[in-house]
Design a protein. Sequence first.
Length: 179
Amino acid sequence: MSKIKYVAFLRGINVGGKSLVKMSDLKLLLEKLGATDVKTLLNSGNVVFEVNESPEDFKQKVEQTLYDKYSRKIDVLIRSFTDIEALVNTNPFGKIKLTNDIRFYVTLLPDGVESKLELPYVSEDGSFTIIEISNGAAISVLTLSKMMGTTDAMKILEREFGKSITTRNWNTIMRLSKV
């Protein structure tokens, strides 16, 4: 089996000084598990790597090793690099004007998660919209307001999709597609 390029997203690390995982340690951990050409991006648990095993098997190994090292469950979502490139190429936010108050988000969903939301889903105050759910990701737009901030939007996503999700800013996804 030849090596395939993937992107791993770790949930909830290095946020507000909690669940600290150094990116240099994470890089070494993946290399010890057999990954090559490992590169991290930012301090929020984004890793591009190559491996010659199924992403499901590798995910289980990474989660178990993280649990053994940090004594807590850290969810890992893995996508093929080509899936990330395809998402960027579709540009799901292309028709939305970006301003200082608007944030574009991609929430990565675990396999098998389904939603009964009618799309586009719009929050009661109109500041948060899930515009699309496809290919294991929820695409959303948040307009910052006094009524709703990023944390409130994440609570809506967790209620609908569970806590084994992780969200990244669109800029991070675009940067990952170029690593």
